[in-house]
Design a protein around this ligand. Structure first.
Ligand code: AMP
Ligand code: MG
Length: 363
């Protein structure tokens, strides 16, 4: 992420983006998580353009991005007026989470205000909101004076973009799509989503901010979906786009391997004789003797720390996908909640990977 937004994008360009949004157009924008495909969150026609550009089913709700109050002191910021035109009520827990993590990579789901169009919420009476931490997008939001819906700026089910060039590549034929360049995304995977519209907070999508960190900073317990389901009388958590079995998927087949079990992972692909990219933790020296005589392995080092791995995840998948490998093997992430966001994305990416990776449409 670039700390100095003005060096990459002038205020005239931001003004042009604001005008485009007011005219019902689409603008791709940087955030600390991934790039978003933005439209005016209170303009149903503009929102429909986002769904058709992505090829995303219209019942998959979007996240509304909002500005932090103008000049603020992190400890005295009052978010209630900012949220007033989006949500019906703000609980004590909500304020604790907001004060601790906004602006930042945490999305919260609330009961929606009646002025929020159903097009933005996939027909649900709840709305997902977050204040992104990227300075350029904060400037855009402040000047726009409204909310911007922003799903990841990629085709439905595919790898999320973490640079302006990735967005351009995803939407090559949309020549008039305005893309604000804010540099590479600092977090690299989508925000953590916590549902606050129920009687207790529920984790809908793991991300950089974990339930453990939330508890430590705020004392609020966020239930995992299976913990929530175990509470008697609870209905199922809502279906979210990120919960599809196949998502974030490269075109090249992708599999995970357990420590020292590269050959087992390869056994699933008996016909592969040529090029296999095998990622290895940068803390390990190399694959050693764990190669296969009839296959050409090439080792790629990946960070063994969860935050750095997340930051490189989509970049690595996109780059490898363009290098013409027959198969990509990545090491299984270790146990621990700090790896949950990465593990979640990798499992879905594996499931959806391969040349005919349209299984996500049926899941
Ligand atoms: P993306 O798929 O990148 O657009 O991320 C948006 C995520 O937020 C998806 O997983 C959505 O399903 C989720 N989301 C948005 N609005 C809601 C909502 N009202 N309730 C539950 N999840 C939501
Ligand atoms: Mg997405």
């Amino acid at each position: 992420m670039s700390g100095d937004s003005s060096s990459l994008q002038s205020s005239a360009v931001i003004q042009e983006a604001v005008q485009s949004l007011r005219n019902g157009g689409l603008v791709a924008f940087p955030t600390e998580t991934v790039y978003g495909l933005g439209a005016d969150a209170k303009n149903p026609e503009a929102i429909k353009k986002v769904f058709s550009a992505k090829g995303r089913p219209s019942n998959h709700p979007l996240i509304v991005h909002i500005a932090a109050p103008d000049k603020f002191d992190q400890s005295h910021i009052d978010w209630v007026p900012v949220l007033a035109s989006w949500v019906r009520d703000i609980s004590e827990d909500a304020l604790k989470l907001i004060n601790a993590f906004w602006p930042g990579p945490l999305t919260l789901v609330f009961k929606k205000d009646k002025t929020v169009p159903l097009e933005a919420t996939g027909g649900q009476d709840t709305v997902a909101i977050r204040a992104p931490a990227h300075p350029l997008t904060q400037e855009l939001l402040r000047k726009f004076k409204g909310g911007i819906v922003g799903p990841s700026a990629n085709r439905f089910g595919k790898v999320s973009p973490t640079s302006a060039a990735d967005v351009r590549h995803e939407f090559e034929e949309m020549l008039d799509l305005m893309i604000l360049d804010g540099g590479d995304c600092a977090v690299g995977i989508e925000s953590t989503i916590v549902d606050l519209s129920r009687d207790c907070p529920v984790l809908l999508r793991p991300g950089l901010i974990t339930p453990g960190e939330i508890f430590k900073k705020t004392g609020v317990k966020v239930f995992l979906p299976h913990e929530y389901a175990a509470i008697e009388g609870q209905t199922e958590a809502p279906k979210v786009s990120g919960s599809l079995r196949a998502h974030y998927a490269p075109t090249t087949p992708l599999r995970l391997y357990a420590p020292g079990r590269v050959l087992d992972a390869l056994g699933e692909f008996p016909d592969i004789k040529s090029r296999v990219a095998v990622a290895v933790w940068d803390s390990d020296s190399s694959l050693g003797g764990d190669g296969h005589p009839s296959v050409h392995f090439e080792e790629i080092l990946v960070p063994s720390d969860s935050t750095s791995f997340a930051n490189k995840l989509y970049r690595t998948l996109r780059d490898l996908d363009q290098q013409g490998w027959d198969l990509i093997l990545l090491p299984e992430p270790p146990a621990g909640e700090e790896w949950d966001g990465v593990r979640d994305r990798l499992q879905r990416a594996c499931f959806g990977s391969g040349p005919s990776s349209n299984s996500h449409a049926n899941n």
